[in-house]
Ligand binder design. Sequence first.
Ligand SMILES: *[C@@H]1O[C@H](CO)[C@@H](O)[C@H](O)[C@H]1NC(C)=O
Ligand SMILES: *[C@@H]1O[C@H](CO)[C@@H](O)[C@H](O)[C@H]1NC(C)=O
Length: 346
Amino acid sequence: MASRRIPVASPAAIAAAAIVSMAVVAAAFNAPSISFDEGYSPLFGEKNIIQSAGGRTVKIHLNKFSGSGFISSEIYYHGFFSASIKLPSDYTAGVVVAFYMSNGDIFEKNHDELDFEFLGNVKGKEWRIQTNVYGNGSTNRGREERYQLPFDPTAEAHRYSILWTNATIIFYIDDTPIREVVKNDAMGGDYPSKPMSLYATIWDGSAWATAGGKYKVDYKYAPFATEFSDLVLHGCRLNPIQQLPASEQCRDVDESTAAADYSYLSPENREALLRFRHKYMTYAFCYDELRYPIPLPECEVVHSEKARYSNSGDIKLQQKQIARRSRAARRRRVRSRVEADRQFVS
Ligand SMILES: *[C@@H]1O[C@H](CO)[C@@H](O)[C@H](O)[C@H]1NC(C)=O
Ligand SMILES: *[C@@H]1O[C@H](CO)[C@@H](O)[C@H](O)[C@H]1NC(C)=O
């Protein structure tokens, strides 16, 4: 409902934006990609995971029998993690695609998590994307942000990246930084600080994903396929047996990450970040005063962003649904993992 009030870019503008961002994708980031087998393993719904020859591209499917997903074969402490993702087109209400880092399977009570989540669409409407950050089990302090996209994410692959260091977290779409979380003493343990795995999943989020569950997955349009390519796992692979603390084991990789182009936001990058947020962000926990009467400690008011919410009304309509949705998502993810475990056992 809320999305109807937000001005939608004209098809020509969308096409122009797509061309511009495609042109920079090839140049973006000096980060070598790997094949699926070099970095990942199936997590669940193995029959619905199909690799191209050579494993440079992998498609994960949702059909009426199962979703599917994969997980990094190693756990990482800090780094730059990236994939080009092409989302399923046509009617995808209720279909959830997620590309995220988590250690919820190791730390059930105090896990860390960094998310890109794609929340389905109804035909003719644009996909919505959400980012989120949890640290040390801060699940009752969700830090959701939602955005529209300046391109059609089903028309071709776009790169989605997460940079995580001991000082900052940056989410990128193609080469545009869209969100930065600078480590802040007041955030304390809410800043992710333990090694995490990478996950990519597709699953049925009918109960909550699209318009708060109003539109369900319609299996007439199945299978829903999402294509992942340009897989980048540049991070410190932590050896859990080693006695050294992670910060010492990872010093060399941390230094090479800090020196890479994606770790530095130039003044132009910062402007691009603000421009993106001003134009495309539809929800941000920092401005949700009903949910957080006292903003969380890292929140800084950017007046152009704040004004956008007051005008869009998005915040009032969504704030109640968000908490319910993220709880449901977590339950669903845990269930996926349980199903996955079962599959491995059987
Ligand atoms: C993480 O949470 C636990 C309780 O779940 C707490 O004891 C610990 O101090 C927290 N760590 C940090 C760094 O805040
Ligand atoms: C953070 O990482 C950098 C290397 O990238 C290192 O020089 C610095 O000491 C680290 N800081 C902390 C608090 O661990």
